[in-house]
Write a protein that binds this ligand. Structure first.
Ligand SMILES: C[S@@+](CC[C@H](N)C(=O)[O-])C[C@H]1O[C@@H](n2cnc3c(N)ncnc32)[C@H](O)[C@@H]1O
Ligand code: SF4
Length: 422
């Protein structure tokens, strides 16, 4: 079996509070009541990072993403302190992309300059729509005028790498309304647009009481195709199911997820994925285990040692570890930096890796290279040959040398293509 190679590493930081919970949202976000404990949370983030650092000794961070929740609720001083502490512990690649998710309803004069000075060089705005009726139905805290003003404030502060999140297939939305949302987004000239179809996620208010007038599947597909064409005409090239960018402005952080890269997940409910290659032909699960009991040179893995199950230890090529943190902010703050803050550790067995890889890579318009599949999963090309042949025969994937790319048909039936690798 080929050995795993460590892929690029990103850092995800989850900031879990919002002004108000949106009825469609299933992210780990909590309505903040009273003053929020920003300082205590940043302290907890730093303890959490210290606890996970042994998993990534010596590696360089290629991107940072503050996601939420509403990270823009955090004062710039808190973001600055976290980034300073993080850069004292981790090496960041020069020009590292550092994104902060921003709710337009939290924008204030003077804030964006301070975020930029703290090291933020990309903002992702949760706009959703520029139609005030739609914004109300979505329970948003801002209107379209505030959304436009927030984006302009950021641009005036010298931040030019901006993403706007829009959703389509909204309650009562027509094709013309979806088109107008895009036109108002284009007028702001963002570098990137994320265009998501509204989904009714389990355990949300919308799932329990679906709003009226949600476009059906055919109508949503028609909207998507029409909007894709408008985005392309306006200079936004699609590179993933929901992501469109001007030249050179693709999101490095999300690309790393879709290429099955590694990421540390810090913060309440954050998920991480880390590749631990075999060292000198010793399976990393065994290294993990040994470190749990000794205080040798790579000893710092100790905290994780007894969490790795014996299946993973059978894998001679190294292991891929998924780790997530306790979700509730107050418990997270209390426990961060100890094993009690770890919600779970799950080594990805070789049998699951092809499916996980495809779940990510087949979202990309350019698909993937077989060499990358081998390096990132530790599997051989022969392990997925029959599934690839089926996908090509059905017209879902096309092969171009060592690259496999979803066709238009494959993009429409992404779930069926991915299911071949289960
Ligand atoms: C974690 S949210 C962060 C943005 C920020 N909290 C805000 O809402 O302003 C990221 C994006 O996911 C999208 N999103 C959230 N829930 C969704 C759903 N149920 N269906 C489709 N897109 C959704 C929204 O466009 C949202 O801006
Ligand atoms: S503001 Fe964003 S994260 Fe918060 S509840 Fe709304 S969609 Fe979810």
């Amino acid at each position: 079996m080929p050995h795993l190679s460590p892929p690029p590493l990103s850092l995800y930081v989850h900031l879990p509070w919002c002004v108000r919970k949106c009825p469609y949202c299933d992210f780990n976000s909590h309505e903040g009541r009273g003053p929020l404990p920003f300082d205590a949370y940043v302290d907890a983030l730093i303890r959490d990072l210290d606890h996970d650092l042994p998993l990534v000794w010596g590696r360089t961070v290629h991107s940072v993403f503050f996601g939420g929740g509403t990270p823009s609720l955090f004062p710039p001083e808190a973001i600055d302190r976290f980034l300073q502490e993080a850069s004292a512990r981790l090496r960041f690649v020069p020009g590292c992309e550092v994104t902060l998710e921003t709710n337009p309803g939290t924008a204030e004069h003077g804030r964006f300059e301070l975020y930029r000075e703290a090291g933020i060089n990309r903002l992702s705005f949760g706009i959703q729509s520029f139609d005030d009726g739609s914004l109300r139905r979505l329970g948003r805290i801002h209107d379209s005028r505030e959304a436009e003003a927030a984006v302009k404030l950021a641009q005036d502060a010298g931040l030019d790498n901006l993403n706007l999140d829009l959703m389509y297939a909204l309650p009562e939305q027509t094709l013309a309304m979806a088109e107008r949302d895009l036109e108002r987004a284009f007028a702001l000239r963002p570098a990137h647009i994320s265009h998501y179809q509204l989904t009714l996620e389990p355990n949300t208010v919308f799932a329990a009481r679906p709003p009226s007038g949600i476009p059906d599947e055919d109508h949503s597909w028609e909207m998507q195709e029409h909007c894709q064409a408008l985005l392309a005409d306006a200079g936004y090239a699609q590179y993933e199911v929901s992501a469109y960018a001007r030249d050179g402005r693709r999101c490095a952080h999300n690309l790393n997820y879709w290429h099955y890269g590694d990421y540390l997940g810090i913060g309440a409910g954050a998920h991480g994925k880390i590749t631990l290659p075999a060292v000198d032909d010793v399976p990393s699960a065994r290294i993990f285990d040994a470190h749990a009991r000794s205080a040798g040179p790579a000893e710092t893995l100790a905290a994780s040692g007894d969490r790795v199950d014996s299946d993973a230890a059978q894998d001679p090529g190294g292991i891929i570890l998924r780790r997530w943190k306790q979700k509730h902010p107050a418990r997270y703050i209390a426990d961060a930096g100890t094993d009690a803050a770890i919600g779970g550790d799950d080594p990805v067995t070789p049998e699951r890796r092809a499916f996980e890889y495809m779940l990510n890579a087949l979202r990309l318009v350019d698909g993937f290279r077989l060499g990358e599949f081998i390096a990132r999963t530790g599997l051989a090309a022969d392990d997925i040959r029959p599934q690839l042949e089926t996908a090509v025969e059905r017209g879902w994937l096309e092969q171009d040398g060592n690259r496999l790319r979803p066709t238009e048909l494959g993009r429409r039936f992404t779930n069926d293509v991915i299911a071949l690798f289960l």
